[in-house]
Ligand binder design. Structure first.
Ligand code: KIV
Length: 421
């Protein structure tokens, strides 16, 4: 049913902020409650955030970025209550997610973020500062030297507060000079950062470029072997999932993502896409990559986030869209009735989806005779060939006028047939 076996679960590596003890384990960092909530119109209440955080723990995400505590008193309270509740709920396997708060490199922000998360069993603060020439010149109005100095000061300050799990992001890394990145990253490692997150903030990179950047940073940053590299890919060119996977294949061992891919502008890498790609292809085609996610909770989490945020999921969205497991063309329906392997690479039950009919057959103008016969049998009618031919003719003419032919429509067609003298 998609639920990992007990023995798979017990292979989950012990949580160590700055060390990879299973070289193929990719940590899933969910930022639905932070980057996701930055989707225009997606504001969540504190109670909704707590519900979502509990659901993310069921899904077994490794890290929950619960918010941006300095942004508002509400955000602070939400992060703090998630830290105290979900962040202390150790389950029977010893699993408890890391609870993370985002912060600029400003001293007050860092202190507020630490205050919000520190009661979690595994608290993390994630601090960021832009490193691209465009951002340094136009937004920050800082020189590169000042950026390095600020980043180091922030990480040292977090250390002095008692925070030992520190993530640093060079914002807009996807458009930054790699040589400058080596310098900033080496300096924050030296100051005590444990995770280096590489954001493609504007979704500018192509997969081979982003993978190349991660490989370059791991190879050329002094101290890289002491930290976990992470991806954070925005979706402006629709490449966030591909870029995140390219980053993991190049050595990143944390992927930042959101449920349903919600987030700033065109959104973020979608958790369900990244996780199912690794789940299906990680072992063979991605050098053995794996995650600790329980995919069976994907659909319920997706529905909760969509209901609470008001961000509808497009019907053809991979994994969680309403049509992701629906088959309309006659050729596909015929194939599905013969073997589900013909057109499905994931069983819907693996992600917690139960559908009305076993093969995901949707009756419409592209459906064939075999699908109609199967639908009729499911509704309790075993028609003779000439009756079936007649119902099929009338079904086709109805389907030409109607987008979806429902069970009631099929019943009406068949009852005309059966009651004909
Ligand atoms: O997109 C971005 O660069 C971010 C960082 C704060 C990680 O959200």
């Amino acid at each position: 049913n998609g639920e990992p076996s007990k023995s798979t679960q017990s292979r989950r590596p012990e949580y160590i902020p700055n060390r990879i003890d299973d070289p193929n384990y990719v940590r899933i960092f969910d930022t639905t409650l932070r980057d996701g909530e930055q989707s225009p119109g997606a504001t969540l209440t504190s109670k909704e955030k707590l519900d979502i955080a509990r659901q993310l723990a069921k899904l077994r995400v490794d890290i929950i970025e619960a918010g941006f505590p300095v942004a508002s008193p509400d955000d602070f309270d939400a992060v703090r209550s998630i830290a105290m509740d979900v962040g202390n709920n150790v389950d029977e396997d010893g699993y408890v997610p890391v609870i993370c708060g985002l912060s600029r490199t400003i001293i007050r922000d860092l202190e507020v973020a630490w205050e919000a998360v520190k009661l979690a069993k595994r608290p993390r603060v994630h601090t960021f500062l832009a490193t691209s020439a465009i951002h340094m010149e136009h937004k920050l109005k800082m020189t590169p030297d000042q950026v390095v100095e600020n980043a180091v000061k922030a990480v040292r300050h977090l250390r002095s507060l008692g925070c030992t799990d520190i993530e640093f992001s060079p914002e807009d890394a996807g458009r930054s000079d790699p040589k400058f990145l080596y310098r900033v990253l080496a300096a924050v490692i030296e100051a005590g950062a444990t995770t280096l997150n590489i954001p493609d903030t504007t979704g500018w990179n192509l997969p081979h470029e982003f993978g190349g950047l991660i490989a370059d940073l791991i190879a050329n940053t002094p101290g890289a072997d002491k930290v976990v590299f992470s991806t954070h890919c925005q979706n402006d060119l629709g490449l966030s999932t591909a870029n995140s996977l390219a980053g993991a294949m190049a050595g990143a061992r944390q992927i930042e993502c959101t449920i349903n891919g919600i987030g700033e502008r065109a959104g973020n890498a979608s958790l369900e896409e990244v996780v199912m790609a690794i789940n299906k292809r990680g072992a063979q085609q991605m050098g053995g990559l794996r995650t600790g996610i329980r995919p069976v909770h994907i659909i319920s989490t997706s529905k909760m986030v969509s209901d609470y945020s008001g961000m509808m999921v497009q019907p053809h969205k991979a994994i969680v869209g309403a049509n992701a497991f629906a088959h309309e063309s006659g050729i596909h329906q015929d194939g599905m009735l013969k073997s589900k392997d013909t057109y499905e690479i994931i069983r819907p039950e693996e992600i917690g989806l139960t559908r009305q009919d076993d093969a995901g057959i949707v009756m419409g103008k592209h459906s064939g005779r075999n699908a109609l016969r199967t639908k009729l049998q499911a509704l309790g009618f075993d028609l003779a060939q000439d009756q079936l031919d007649d119902v099929f003719k009338r079904f086709k003419s109805l389907a030409d006028k109607k987008k979806n032919v429902t069970d009631e429509d099929v019943l009406a067609l068949v009852s005309d047939e059966v009651h004909q003298p």
